[in-house]
Design a protein around this ligand. Structure first.
Ligand SMILES: Cc1cc2nc3c(=O)[nH]c(=O)nc-3n(C[C@H](O)[C@H](O)[C@H](O)COP(=O)(O)OP(=O)(O)OC[C@H]3O[C@@H](n4cnc5c(N)ncnc54)[C@H](O)[C@@H]3O)c2cc1C
Length: 435
């Protein structure tokens, strides 16, 4: 029985699991190791008990944005629609909501459609994909290192627990760069596959930087939200010196047929510039939270200043998205341009939105390309033209050295790579620095 590991339970990992099942058939064992407590990554959803009810908010992506002219996206979205996990927002067929803003990072027009979670948030769509794939997901299981071992397998070591061996691995974690948890933080012999040119390519993608701040408001402020957003909008694009976008999360959920909450929920996405100036601010930074909440509550929702902020905002969540959305992607090799096959034996492929664009379709297309490469390699085809040899394994790293974003972990920036290897050096020479 083939054992395949998908590292990362975000959108790319969940799509990859589903596509792997289709390619490899019912007998393959597919595991997902995710460092957080559930599926999501940048499609994460938070829940809080507010005023006697449990309310939820999407803290990263507000939608699964899909280009339905892409066959993989269409197939996966159709499955999610059939299972009533998501519903379309703002489309001709969508019930209710209008008023999606045309922000620069949002794909729109043509065959792009936007879908939101019905009973759960956007992350419930990822859980559904993994369930349909009959993949076994392990949470709070973060890969520390990975080494090739005799017999053409990968030995993968989590931070806690025993190492395990797999026939093939797909890394669905973000690429290199400053901040966030990405492939820079997975150590071991696989790093020897990265030569100077590959290292340069992996460092070329760029992300923007944003904070997402969820404000769970007291029920008596529902009218203030209704007045601000008007009769049917679910977003407002602000772009002042702090706030980029306000998403009326509770209306978004209700108008597609999801649960209706008494307590209004507003999600704030800050501007890139404000985020750059407040790079160190995170969930425990009270002045940061108060500045953002105060701006939204008093200036936009027009709730009078006489009421204490604590009595208006009953719950909150801040995530610092250091690697938020892709502003410059990278290309894989000509035969597999939307992923990076790194080793034929044992097979290893990198996938993620950093090969495409930051959307559901960007992830689905990269996952499809990576799964196609991985399944060919499992049949013995030479795609990466590199073999990870057991003798090249380095000592695994020992310590937990970073977090995903300040809202979710410890957070520590990684550094840019400096060349140790020779230009065009062989894969076995090893190139990457340790972070
Ligand atoms: C603020 C914001 C707004 C957005 N808006 C939209 C939108 O409206 N529509 C849309 O379609 N997209 C949107 N996006 C983009 C979308 O969220 C991303 O493109 C997508 O979620 C990327 O998925 P991924 O799986 O490639 O990466 P990620 O979501 O980053 O997933 C990677 C996963 O790997 C895990 N991981 C990392 N290291 C390890 C390790 N060592 N071991 C185990 N697990 C590990 C992480 O915890 C994470 O869950 C938005 C993103 C943000 C941040």
């Amino acid at each position: 029985m083939q054992r395949v590991l998908v590292v990362g339970g975000g959108c790319t990992g969940a799509c990859a699991a589903m596509l792997l099942r289709k390619k490899l058939g019912p007998d393959a064992s597919i595991e997902i190791w995710e460092k957080a407590r559930g599926f999501g990554g940048r499609m994460t959803t938070t829940r809080q008990d507010v005023a006697g009810e449990t309310v939820r908010a999407d803290v990263g992506a507000q939608y699964l944005s899909a280009d339905l002219s892409d066959p993989t996206s269409k197939e996966l979205i159709d499955m999610l629609l059939t299972r009533k996990v998501v519903a379309e927002v703002g489309g001709e067929k969508g019930p209710g909501a209008k008023g999606l803003c045309s922000t620069p990072e949002r794909q729109s027009g043509g065959s792009w459609h936007h879908f939101a979670g019905l009973e759960g948030g956007v992350n419930s769509a990822l859980k559904c994909l993994a369930d349909q794939a009959q993949a076994t997901a392990y949470f709070e299981k973060r890969v520390a290192s990975m080494d090739p071992v005799a017999g053409g397998k990968w030995r993968v070591r989590p931070f806690t627990g025993a190492p395990e061996t797999f026939d093939a691995v797909l890394f669905a974690v973000p690429g290199c760069g400053v901040g966030g948890d990405n492939i820079d933080k997975i150590h071991g012999g696989w790093e020897n596959l990265i030569d100077e040119e590959c290292n340069r390519q992996l460092r070329s993608p760029q992300h923007d930087h944003r904070h997402a701040v969820v404000l769970f408001l007291a029920p008596e402020h529902l009218q203030a939200c209704e007045a601000f957003f008007g009769p049917s909008n679910i977003e407002a694009q602000i772009d002042d010196d702090m706030v980029h976008l306000l998403a009326y999360q509770s209306r978004k959920t209700a108008c597609i047929g999801g649960p209706v909450s008494k307590s209004p929920v507003v999600v704030v996405h800050t501007t890139h510039e404000f985020s750059r100036r407040n790079q160190r601010a995170g969930g425990r930074d009270r002045p940061f939270l108060e500045a953002v909440a105060g701006r939204v509550v008093h200036e936009y929702l027009k709730i009078p200043k006489g009421v204490r902020l604590d009595n208006i905002v009953l719950g909150s969540k801040v995530i610092t998205w250091k690697q938020c959305q892709i502003t410059r992607s990278m290309k894989g090799p000509a035969a597999f341009p939307l992923c990076k096959p790194l080793s034929d034996d044992p097979p290893l492929v990198l996938a993620g939105d950093y090969f495409t664009n930051s959307s559901f379709t960007g992830c689905a297309m990269s996952a499809a390309n990576a799964v196609s490469a991985l399944s060919s390699m499992l049949k013995g085809e030479k795609i990466a033209n590199a073999v990870a040899t057991a003798s090249s394994a380095k000592r695994p790293a020992d310590s937990d050295d970073g977090g995903y974003g300040k809202g979710q972990g410890k957070g520590k920036d990684s550094k840019g790579g400096k060349g140790k290897g020779k230009k065009g050096g062989k894969a076995e020479q090893g190139y990457r620095e340790r972070y």
